[in-house]
Ligand binder design. Sequence first.
Ligand code: NAD
Length: 275
Amino acid sequence: MTDQSIITLNDGKTIPQVGLGVWQTPNDEAAPAVKAALDVGYRHVDTAAVYENEEGVGEGIRGSGLDRRDIFLTTKLWNNDQGYDQTLKAFDASLKRLGTDYVDLYLIHWPSAHRGLFVDTWKAFVKLREEGRAKSIGVSNFYPEHIERIVGETGVVPVLNQIELHPDFQQREARAFHEKYKIATQSWSPLGQGKLLNHPEIAKIAGRIGRTPAQVIIRWHIDNGLIVIPKSVTPARIAENFNVFDFELADDDLSVLNGLDDAGARIGPDPKTAA
Ligand code: NAD
């Protein structure tokens, strides 16, 4: 098995820096993809209630034959389940679908601020952590103002914020804010949903160092201290995306990639206005 990097979170728990993302993957594809990932050494899987594949993810984990405790499993609360009681119910339903009695990380998927419920939701998350059923708790798509609000109301700092982040959308302001609070940054759509794989600068670096564009991008996330969850259902690509622990990017190449930042390159919705 490839050695992998591990990040220590602000609650003392650890998370493997590279995980498998399974968005837009139906149950019957999620199970074999998760098993393929675990077979080549991944120990971290990122799903969500709204992906409607928690059953498949659970099946893939059980099919791997690994001890559940050796796998870092994340799921997320969907927006229309926000609110204290509703969150507790939705969490139970996620555990049932996953076929496990705890998750390693539970995330509020979006602040969905217009509902006015993310603080109550966070209070339920704190209870789930106290019960030990969510080992760590965090957020996704939160702006600093949303994080300040939940920390101000509860004193509990999320372990990480999962946000859209790729070489042409680097989220420097958010990352600086997270560092101040010792919140880890996790990159969603780390490959720009595949669109960055043909980027000429990235392809040039990949060709010169004998790696693939996907490996160069994933390594860029790792070398920036980010937690990264590339998605694929193709076993060869799943393996390729994990084969990134035997090299580092040279400073010059890192500088080129750091220079690709373009604040306008967001692919997904802006969390300020998203549902
Ligand atoms: P991604 O950036 O991981 O890109 C995935 C695309 O790249 C897929 O189409 C895949 O076929 C292609 N690809 C992957 N590896 C490849 C390789 N080695 N060679 C060629 N093509 C390759 O996009 P994503 O799925 O949007 O993001 C990754 C994960 O982030 C998701 O699966 C999900 O778990 C998470 N996510 C979270 C949120 C959120 O709101 N929290 C939003 C989007 C995604």
